[in-house]
Ligand binder design. Structure first.
Ligand code: NAD
Length: 334
């Protein structure tokens, strides 16, 4: 069974390059979203614990099965630990044989950013130039990178309650050629934005964006509201926008729409990707992509990484599944 560590993922990404990796990942996501009905889908299994959540995210089609283990503990950085940590597995559906086990903390950031930018390609104005980031933690630079390959960005406006997170963001962003505007609050950050990503972490009903902060039609990519009792957008803002989500059955439990009464309307992303429904800020006004993170996105990044690892001979073959001639003689291993 192939096992990939952080160093292996770094090696693969650097070999392929950020731009090509994001482009291929976005294509893979679009292909998998287009084949929506071929997947056996279920909302993720969440164990709510003191201060966080631990989740399992399974999905399969006729070819492969995948699952991700992921947590969300917003107070973890106080103990020097990541808010979000993940590992994942890919298996063959036909036999159930595990193919690959891998780190997924980095891969989650890549797949989330690729999914955000892929959705924005369809939903945001084509000439979007100003990206606002509310929350400049682990996901933030990945978000910028993915959007920068889809839009001709000229400025990033950003705000985080933790000034050190903004310092870190500025340091990392020095290598990219983009105007950086540090803001004193989310209201100032939202001003003039074409696209706003909210990627804050706090396990409560937050309102990092309210309706009165939105002064022009904007594309809101809400990724931090992803758990029951953990939202980022004011209810009135969500209600007043055109809403798109990944998998309605899961998003109703975890997304911004958990705040709404039952009769809201919301379009699932696969219909947008397949061109069955056309929604764009230029025709519909403010659009909220209520992203909570869906197992299909992990499936996409896992199958892409498996292919790249095989092609580039990266990773270690580890003895995690027995290999013996008489497969009824498991006892012979001992
Ligand atoms: P992180 O802890 O590294 O960063 C979160 C940042 O938000 C911190 O710097 C914190 O100071 C800031 N913050 C908290 N409250 C704020 C507020 N009111 N205003 C401004 N800033 C605020 O976490 P991360 O890994 O970057 O993840 C960010 C969020 O995205 C988390 O909630 C996580 O669960 C979510 N997430 C969603 C997806 C998805 O697919 N939708 C994927 C990954 C992570």
């Amino acid at each position: 069974m192939l096992v990939l560590e952080i160093e292996d993922i770094k090696e693969l990404i650097h070999k392929v390059g950020y731009k090509d990796f994001f482009a291929t990942l976005m294509d893979t996501l679009e292909e998998d979203y287009s084949n929506w009905e071929s997947f056996d889908k279920t909302p993720r299994v969440a164990n709510h614990v003191e201060g966080g959540v631990i989740e399992l995210m399974p999905i399969s089609n006729n070819e492969m099965y995948s699952f991700k283990y992921v947590n969300g503990h917003p107070q973890n950085p106080d103990q020097g630990k990541f808010t979000v940590m993940a590992t994942g597995q890919l298996s063959l559906t036909e036999t159930g044989e595990p193919l690959m086990f891998t780190e997924m903390t980095l891969l989650t950031a890549f797949r989330t950013a690729a999914n955000s930018a892929m959705a924005a390609k369809h939903l945001a104005k084509k000439d979007s130039k100003i990206l606002t980031l509310i929350g400049t933690g682990s996901q933030s630079e990945f978000q910028y990178l993915a959007f920068s390959y889809v839009f001709d960005l000229e400025e990033i406006r950003y705000y985080d309650t933790d000034p050190k997170a903004m310092d870190k963001f500025e340091q990392n962003m020095k290598q990219f050629n983009i105007k950086l505007t540090r803001c004193k609050d989310s209201r100032e950050a939202a001003l003039t934005a074409d696209i706003i990503t909210t990627c804050t972490a706090d396990k409560k009903y937050q309102t990092v964006l309210t309706k009165d902060m939105i002064t022009k039609d904007v594309y809101i990519n809400g990724i931090g509201g992803d758990c029951p009792g953990k939202t980022e957008l004011e209810k009135e803002l969500v209600e007043s926008a055109t809403i798109v989500c990944e998998f309605l059955e899961q998003c109703k439990i975890e997304g911004e729409i958990q705040q709404l009464p039952e009769d809201f309307t919301c379009t699932e992303l696969f219909k947008i990707v397949r061109g069955e429904v056309n929604i764009n800020v230029s025709t519909h006004g403010t659009v909220v992509f209520d992203s909570v993170g869906f197992a299909l996105e992990d499936y996409s990044v896992l199958r892409l990484i498996y292919k790249l690892a095989k092609e580039n001979n990266v990773g270690k073959d580890m003895s995690l599944i027995p290999e013996i001639d008489d497969v009824k003689n498991l006892f012979s291993l001992l």
